[in-house]
Design a protein. Structure first.
Length: 410
């Protein structure tokens, strides 16, 4: 029987472990914590079927100037940590040129097409439907000109990729969300995304399903990974375990582990924050406030505000600027109530410069596989890329061409 160790218990790792186990592999999923307690826990709780365009780096001078001078909340940076990001940001800039971005969109959209169908299978098998709402989310606009441009982009996405949306005027938005202010230009209601009331609980439900299928969960240290005569080994709380193959699904920590095996894979590491609020108004569906760079949505713990990207060091302390700005902007729209937690949660999104995940076999080490770098969509794409990876590892014909995601492109 084929055997594999999957390192990393987020949505991407659990998705890969489940698909391998379904194909008869002996699979051990190893993480330093319980499944779903890192980046997969802290996201905005959306499975984004409409996210057919990966985020390019802005290339117009006015936007870059706003970011450089701290006049936008969707991207902020720490000057003392900026040197860590220079090389991947320059490559990100290069890949964001219109022609190269169009190529990335084509490869990215092929993955997104599998997002909700693959989640749907696991949601039903895991009996997790109580966590899911299939009603979409709303993209709020404060500026009429930006709203019209967003409508044109949505129309292009509908034409090219078949994603469905509805344009809401200000009065229609106020009727749909009666507790927010009624003087806004409007919103785009993306109809096909699904929302999750507790993202960490969904990952935990998938992990429990993995165990019911015969998989093993262990606590362990990925940094103890070693190549052996027969494959790979790692140290866990249950002792050393061995397998013929290992899959690195450690999100933003993946390049650090792979570096010791000679792989240098660049990542733009985007930190994000969240906080829950309760005791105020309620929301029907999540809202993304494009002008102010944050999302907020109804969760099990209350309304969760999730921030944009902060470029900082991996060990840098939390900074309150983005979350404070997002909170102030949200309070302009509705009564949030009070903060639930004493301190904000934060985690890191692993974004490759070419905006595509790293997925496939390592070119110089037999049995070493990679599956990370999903940017803002690891929670969305985990089951889909898990299936593609398992197909490749099992010698099946892949459901889509894996060539654009191959690790050797770096």
């Amino acid at each position: 029987m084929q055997s594999a160790i999957v390192l990393g218990g987020g949505m991407v790792g659990v998705g890969a472990a489940l698909h391998l186990r379904k194909r008869g592999w002996t699979v051990t999923l190893v993480d330093r914590r319980e499944p779903g307690r890192e980046t997969s826990y802290g996201n905005a709780g959306m499975i984004q079927a409409e996210a057919v365009r990966p985020y390019p780096m802005p290339r117009d001078f006015s936007t870059l100037l706003k970011i450089a001078t701290g006049r936008t909340n969707d991207v902020r940076y720490s000057l003392t940590s900026l040197h860590r990001h220079v090389e991947p940001l320059l490559r990100y800039w290069w890949h964001s040129a219109p022609k190269r971005h169009r190529e990335a969109i084509e490869a990215w959209a092929r993955l997104i097409a599998y997002a909700t169908p693959e989640h749907d299978i696991l949601i039903r098998e895991a009996h997790a439907d109580n966590l899911i709402r299939r009603a979409g989310y709303r993209l709020l606009h404060r500026d009429p000109v930006a709203f019209e441009l967003a409508i044109k982009t949505a129309e292009e996405n509908q034409r090219d990729f078949g994603v469905k949306f509805r344009v809401l005027s200000g009065s229609e938005l106020a009727k749909a969300e009666p507790l927010i202010r009624d003087d806004l230009p409007g919103a785009i209601h993306w109809l096909e995304p699904w929302t999750v009331s507790d993202p960490g609980a969904l990952v935990a439900a998938y992990a429990a399903l993995f165990e019911r299928h015969g998989g093993t969960l262990l606590r362990g240290d990925a940094n103890t990974l070693r190549q052996t005569a027969t494959g790979w080994s790692v140290d866990t709380d249950a002792g050393r375990i061995d397998a013929a193959a290992v899959v690195v699904t450690l999100g933003p920590w993946s390049p650090d582990l792979l570096y010791k095996f000679g792989y240098r894979i660049p990542l733009v590491r985007k930190r994000g924050y969240h906080m829950h609020y309760s005791g105020g108004s309620s929301l029907d569906l999540p809202l993304v406030d494009t002008a102010r760079g944050y999302a907020m949505g109804p969760m099990a713990k209350g309304i969760r505000i999730t921030t944009g990207a902060e470029l900082t060091g991996p060990d840098a302390p939390a900074t309150p600027i983005q979350l404070a700005s997002a909170e102030a902007s949200a309070r302009e729209l509705l009564d949030l109530g009070g903060r639930v937690e004493p301190e904000p949660w934060f985690g890191t999104r692993p974004c490759t410069p070419d905006m595509l995940p790293v997925l496939g076999p390592a070119p110089r080490h037999r049995g070493l596989w990679m599956n990370f770098g999903h940017g803002h969509q690891g929670f969305t794409l985990g089951p889909a890329t898990g299936r593609l990876l398992a197909e490749m590892m099992s010698g099946e014909t892949p459901s889509i061409d894996p060539a654009p995601y191959r690790p050797e492109r770096f």
